[in-house]
Ligand binder design. Structure first.
Ligand code: SF4
Ligand code: SF4
Ligand code: SF4
Length: 378
């Protein structure tokens, strides 16, 4: 007798065990090392002992089937049936920074130079200490937008600072971009003058509103086009999850963390499986793949907080020329997926997991270590 996982059941093997992700139901099943050995044997089209319980469990969960003869199973996948054969820069997301000013002094803001770090700081607003007064022209923003949208980029994320101080410029950029991206995201703090941005929101333009946990309650403005980025102080994770459960709004926790904290706040969530993300993570870094950030000075970085890795400045060169020149370097950087990170490379969760390279590198001072994870890979 033979047993094979169904085309939509995707197996990832680690040293401790494996997971099977069901691309139809998006459910994830965790197998221990003995069960994993039995499944690997089956997936290699070897004869199996059909009295082993795991095969019946998997059949009952509609994850696989018994066969009389060795079958040929072609796995489902999205997009091309091959990993990208050449190093084309297909973008998913571009961040454009509009300003670097804000009159507030949040303790977790980079300008405060404190040790406090944010787990999702790139989704919110940030000000960096810098003395440059240069600013990209409106036409330069338009040129970047045209180039990147022609390369298939789905999401434009507009960030500051306090964008309400540059409302007119931000509005022009949103208006110019509205038919060029599937998603336009704008980040502001709840303490900024964000109300005037509400009229710019629609089914593809959304506001990410940064709010402190103490202000995140039933008095907040509810709007389907707002996602709340909730700043959660250390040890208040439970309070966040309790409030989030009561309020029916879209929200993302942004955990405050310190350099030596040896646990990964991102792992407090339940894993979710999504086929497109899985195949993205098979080839690219889960967060940095297919992404770039352009600062208001024209400096290009991998992401808003990755300030130690500047690719170039594009103020005086066409953006397309920069992409041509850096194509291979950027592509090689994007494809540093979790197979290239110590510990993750032996973990069965590596294609459905999240990773913030910025925080990791700040902690370990090297490029390929994993500190912010308390999962024991065995
Ligand atoms: S509101 Fe945003 S930009 Fe302003 S200080 Fe706070 S984190 Fe920094
Ligand atoms: S961070 Fe790495 S080691 Fe930890 S669960 Fe995710 S993939 Fe596994
Ligand atoms: S690596 Fe990803 S999560 Fe970390 S700061 Fe950059 S964009 Fe944000």
């Amino acid at each position: 007798m033979y047993f094979r996982l169904n085309p939509e059941s995707i197996l990832t093997v680690g040293t401790k065990g494996s997971i099977i992700c069901d691309a139809f139901t998006n459910k994830i099943y965790h197998l221990d090392s003995n069960e994993t050995k039995l499944i690997i044997q089956a997936e290699n089209n070897k004869k199996i002992d059909d009295t082993k319980e795991i095969y019946n469990i998997l059949q009952n969960e509609c994850l696989g089937k018994f066969y009389e003869k060795p079958p040929y199973i072609l796995k489902v996948r999205v997009g091309s049936s091959f990993l990208s054969p050449d190093k084309e820069l297909n973008f998913k997301k571009i961040y454009l920074e509009i300003n670097n000013k804000c009159e507030l002094n949040c303790e977790y803001c980079p300008k405060m130079n404190l040790e406090i770090k944010r787990s999702m700081g790139c989704m919110g607003c940030n000000v960096f200490k810098d003395s440059s007064t240069s600013q990209l022209s409106l036409n330069k923003y338009y040129e970047i937008i045209d180039t990147i949208s022609n390369l298939g980029c789905e999401t434009l994320h507009i960030t500051g600072g306090d964008l309400s101080l540059e409302y007119s410029l931000t509005k022009k950029i949103i208006s110019y971009s509205k038919n060029k991206f599937n998603n336009i995201l704008i980040s502001l703090s709840y303490k900024h003058d964000f109300n005037k941005f509400l009229r710019l929101l629609n089914e593809n333009t959304h506001l990410i509103l940064q709010i402190n946990l103490k202000d995140f309650n039933s008095n907040i403005l509810m709007n389907d086009n707002i996602t709340y980025l909730v700043i959660v102080p250390e040890n208040q994770e439970t309070e966040f999850y309790n409030v989030a459960k009561k309020l029916s709004v879209n929200c993302i926790p942004d955990f405050l963390t310190f350099k030596n904290l040896n646990s990964n706040p991102n792992l407090n969530k339940n894993y979710e499986f999504d086929l497109e993300t899985f195949y993205h993570n098979l080839e690219f870094h889960p967060c940095l793949g297919k992404t770039l950030f352009v600062s208001l000075h024209g400096d290009v970085y991998p992401c808003p907080l990755y300030r130690t890795k500047k690719w170039d400045n594009i103020t005086n060169k066409p953006f397309i020329n920069f992409l041509d020149e850096y194509k291979n370097k950027i592509y090689n950087f994007w494809t540093k997926n979790l197979d290239t990170v110590n510990k993750c490379n032996s973990c069965e969760f590596r294609y459905i997991c999240f990773d913030c390279r910025v925080l990791e590198e700040e902690i370990s001072k090297t490029t390929n270590e994993k500190s912010l994870c308390n999962y024991n890979i065995g």
